[in-house]
Each structure stands twice: as C-alpha cells, then as structure tokens.
Design a protein around this ligand. Structure first.
Ligand code: HEC
Length: 391
C-alpha cells in the first residue's frame, strides 16, 4: 500500500495542488474552453502535476512548495505596489527578488502525461454490485492476459510483446482512477506507438469500465501477499436488512461505526454480538440464516452479490468463504481479515498505514487480540494518496 506522506506540509501541498488543478478545470469548463469526456469535464491539457512523484521525491516537493510561496509573495507585492504608490519601487523589487530566488523545480520532473479523464472519479460508489459486474467483465475480457488472479500470467500473456503488469502490486494504488479508466477504454501503446494493451471502448460501456476497476482493486486485495494490501479498500456499499425491516444502505445505517462482515453458511457457527462494532452477516443467497436469534447478530447483507464480493476481497474461493470475517474502521476502511476458527490478532491487519506500516507491534499488556487490533485501527487511521490525489 502506498503510505501516506508523513509530513503534514507535504499532505497540504498535495491537497493544494489537486485543488488548484480541479479549480482550473472547473474554470475552463465554466468558460466553455473545454467540453465533456465520458460525462465529466475533460482535462484539456496533455500534462498534469505529478503528485505521485512529489510523494516520493521530497526535494522536488520542497522546491515546488517554496516556489509557490515565492509566487504568492510576488503577487502580494504587486497588489501592494498598486495600492501604495510611494513604496512601489521597493515592493516590485521585493517581488522580483522572490521570483528570482525561488528554487524553480524541473518541469520534466514536475509534470506527467495526462488523459482527458485524469481527474474523473467513478459516478458509482464502490459496492458489492459494481464488484460483481466488474468480475464478469474481467473474466470475459481481461483474464486471458492478466490472469484470473490478476498476477499478469494469463494464457495469452507469454505471446505478448509486453508482459501485463501484476495487479497484486502497487500499480493500482499509484495510478489515478481516471487514468486507469482511460487506459482500459483507449488502450495503451509503447514508446514506438505500437499497441501493448488493447482498447475496450467498442466493447465496454463507461459503467462496465468503472466496475472492472472496482473489481481489480478487490482482486488486488485478495491476491496480495498476506499482511498488507497493495490498495486500501473502502467497506463496499451493500443493502442490509435488519430484523425483517426494509433493506437500507450500509453506509447510511452504520453512521461512522466500525463494521464486521461475517460470511456464514448453514453449517458455520454464528458469531456473538459485540458492542464494539456492527455485525453484518453475509450469506450466499442474501437471505438471513433461518436459525438466527434476533439479538445475536443484527443484520444480513440483502444483496446476493455480497458473498462473491467478500470472497474476492478475502482471496477465498466462494465455496470456502464461510467463517471469514472482515473488519472496517470508523472511517469505513477495511482493515483486518479474520481466519475461520482463529482468534483475532495483530497479524490479521491487512491495511496498515503510516510510519508503522509493515511493522508488528508488541500487544498492549492485558488486552486480548481483538481489543489490541481495534486500538491499533483507531490509532493509525488510513491516509491514502492515490495517483498523487489525497483520499
Ligand atoms: C491482449 C492482452 C490484454 C488484455 C485482453 C487486457 N490487457 Fe490490460 N494490459 C495488457 C498489457 C500488455 C499491459 C501493459 C501495457 C503497457 O504497459 O504498455 C496492460 C496494462 C493494463 C493496466 C495497467 C494500466 C496502467 O495504467 O499502467 C490495467 C489497469 C489493465 N491492463 C487492465 C485491463 C482490463 C481491465 C482489461 C479487460 C477489460 C485488460 N486489461 C485486458 C494486456 C492486456
């Protein structure tokens, strides 16, 4: 998983740069200087600021930050000079000095190629239904090259000039969603203009292309090595039904609480209710298990796709999913995966963020595995920068 910038100033710089670029795009669109692409304002330039480079090249980020400060000083000096005639000479000189002294960053490092959809976001929420639709698209159109597990070893892979990248690595976390979307629909070419990845714009609608991106993220979690997911995942949206009431959207119902998803079949033991999180049972057919006493586990996922989506995220065959649990933190990030028949421990964390990423912490004295896990989830919130965009 791409770690968050540890420095607050870098985070602020990334947020500022994204806001400036989005602001410019909105202005251009409002002025009629750019049209729409796939239903959202089209980025009119072939370059954008490489937020992802700033994240790893602190020297460049510092140069850019200082240059932006110098620009602000210069603008302020000019504004003051207009208002305050007697000091005009000094103020303009100060503004010019700021510009000359600024450590202008190298243009070739600062910018990367952009697509018209670089700043697009999926119009649909990440949900069990989009994951299921994406799974169908992936099996039909992508698995032959990228492999059913997404590791880039499908049956056609060896015959290609360029080996398909593995989706189990950091690739999906590095790219902006809008650029993945563009690459799927428009295809990709190598430096000599030869096609490497085919274009799917004639075969897939926009909704299918966004859905296959959702599925690839779920797949990357399921195929990633145990320990740390390459892409942090949100708790997927799904309809839940509680005690015979009409189904409600999980996001509307959880209200910032932690959520535990538990896959159960007729044979598995039902989990006990735990006041530290909301429990949602996931069944293969989207119906509550017949024998659930109402007080034990609140609600059941009402979507039949939930089983398949949880299986993809957990990296389990659907037939072997029963007993698997997923835990989401208060901010809605999936953080831990429980193995059937084993007590929770630190080793179940799948999404670790911040300076402690990848490390095992000594358990707090006296706390059981689950308590220690929940404390750690709360202590280390996920801050995720994707394609240089802060989420
Ligand atoms: C004919 C084989 C083939 C098929 C079919 C195929 N891909 Fe690819 N894909 C590739 C190759 C090769 C690359 C690497 C291209 C490159 O780096 O120039 C790639 C790259 C990618 C990337 C990385 C893009 C990036 O930004 O670097 C994604 C994501 C992707 N494919 C998704 C898909 C999806 C989704 C489908 C199905 C709708 C699909 N691919 C179908 C061969 C294929």
């Amino acid at each position: 998983m791409s770690g968050p910038p540890p420095q607050a100033w870098l985070n602020a710089l990334l947020v500022l740069i994204e806001a400036l670029q989005r602001g410019l795009l909105a202005l251009w669109h409002a002025l009629g200087l750019t049209g729409d692409s796939h239903g959202q304002p089209a980025w009119p330039w072939t370059w954008r600021v490489a937020g992802e480079t700033l994240l790893i090249d602190l020297g460049l980020a510092r140069q850019l930050g200082l240059t932006l400060c110098a620009l602000a000083v210069a603008v302020l000096a000019v504004a003051l000079a207009l208002a305050w005639r007697r000091r005009r000479g000094v103020l303009l000189a100060a503004g010019a000095l700021a510009l000359v002294a600024a450590p202008w960053p190298s243009v070739s490092l600062l910018f990367v190629p952009a697509a018209p959809t670089s700043f697009h976001t999926s119009p649909a929420r990440f949900s069990v239904d989009t994951i299921a639709l994406g799974a169908r698209v992936y099996a039909q159109h992508c698995a032959a090259c990228h492999g059913t597990d997404g590791r880039g070893e499908g049956p056609l892979a060896a015959s290609l000039a360029v080996w398909p990248p593995t989706l189990a690595g950091p690739l999906l976390a590095r790219r902006a969603d809008g650029e993945l979307f563009w690459h799927v629909l428009a295809g990709m070419r190598d430096r000599h203009g030869q096609p490497t990845m085919p274009a799917f714009r004639d075969r897939l609608g926009d909704g299918e292309a966004w859905a296959v991106i959702d599925y690839m993220k779920a797949l990357s979690a399921g195929s990633g090595s145990a320990g740390n997911w390459p892409v942090p995942l949100q708790l997927p949206e799904m309809a839940v039904r509680c005690a015979g009431a009409a189904p409600v959207a999980l996001s509307a119902w959880r209200g910032g609480q932690r959520v535990r998803l538990v896959a159960v079949d007729g044979a598995s033991a039902l989990p006990f209710e735990d006041p530290r999180f909301l429990t949602v049972l996931v069944t293969a057919d989207g119906r509550p298990p017949a024998q659930v006493p109402r007080f034990r586990a609140g609600c059941t996922a009402a979507s039949a796709h939930a089983w398949q989506a949880v299986a993809a995220i957990s990296g389990q065959a659907p037939a072997r999913l029963a007993g698997t649990q997923l835990l989401a933190d208060r901010a809605g990030w999936l953080r831990a995966r429980g193995t059937p028949g084993r007590a929770w421990s630190d080793a179940d964390l799948v999404c670790v963020s911040g300076p402690a990423a990848g490390s095992q912490r000594a358990p707090s004295p006296g706390a059981d595995g689950l308590t220690a896990l929940l404390l750690r989830m709360d202590d280390e919130p996920v801050r995720f920068v994707k394609g240089g965009f802060v989420h």
